[in-house]
Design a protein around this ligand. Structure first.
Ligand code: G3P
Length: 217
């Protein structure tokens, strides 16, 4: 499973990129707001730092305007994926930009049927929001599983990009189901390394090592 980092904070991206834990980056208007940066400037900086796809989201609501925004974003760098919302205007934009050879990430997906439409419109990525489904007492992972089945049934090559990941269990479950990519905040990716028994075991090894009086270096 590929890891995309869901942030527009360049320092956090750089850290994970250095560790080989960043196969791409996703941003959205809320993350741009949080970064306090200009969208064009920060997207260019991120796209220059990472080799993989960097999603930048359009903000227009009508297809013609979305297409114009998408073309502008796509010009920033070769690894830009234009992010469009799952509306009919977004799907139209997806079809046009995909046919022009631009990667498109269809976002705000909450059902398998929406994901089926995105695949037919030529999306490179579909972004089902797991956490936001869980927030309203639905099961986000069920939707990932349904999309996996439908895409495999018909050989769609749209990649399932599990988004709105809120816990390390979300990450593991997406990997078990076979999501192609997950996009998670840096804090969740870092937390995946934590285990209380690792800490306890390391502590015991350090105490015993000190008693040996030895040094390696
Ligand atoms: O990639 C989408 C993600 O940023 C949404 O996450 O936690 O705001 O639902 P969240």
């Amino acid at each position: 499973m590929k890891f995309f980092v869901d942030t527009a904070e360049v320092d956090e991206i750089a850290q994970l990129n250095d560790l080989g834990m960043c196969d791409g980056v996703t941003t959205n208007p809320s993350l741009i707001l949080k970064s306090g940066r200009d969208i064009l400037e920060v997207t260019k900086e991120i796209a220059g730092m990472v080799a993989g796809p960097v999603s930048a989201e359009v903000v227009a609501l009508k297809a013609d305007d979305m297409i114009a925004e998408g073309r502008k974003l796509a010009k920033i760098a070769d690894n830009i994926a234009v992010k469009v919302p799952l509306t009919w205007d977004g799907l139209k934009t997806c079809k046009v930009l995909s046919e022009e050879g631009t990667m498109v990430n269809v976002t705000l997906c909450f059902s398998a049927n929406q994901a089926l439409l995105a695949a037919k419109a030529g999306a490179t990525f579909i972004s089902p929001f797991i956490g936001r489904l869980d927030d309203i007492n639905l099961d986000g992972l069920d939707v990932i599983e349904e999309i996996r089945t439908i895409y495999d049934n018909y050989g769609f090559d749209t990649q399932i990009l599990a988004a709105s990941i809120r816990s390390v269990n979300h990450a593991k479950d997406c990997a078990m189901i076979g999501a192609d990519v997950m996009t998670a905040p840096p804090a969740i990716i870092k937390k995946m390394a934590d285990h209380v028994l690792t800490d306890k075991g390391l502590d015991a090894f350090m105490k015993d090592w000190a008693k040996t009086g030895q040094k390696i270096l």
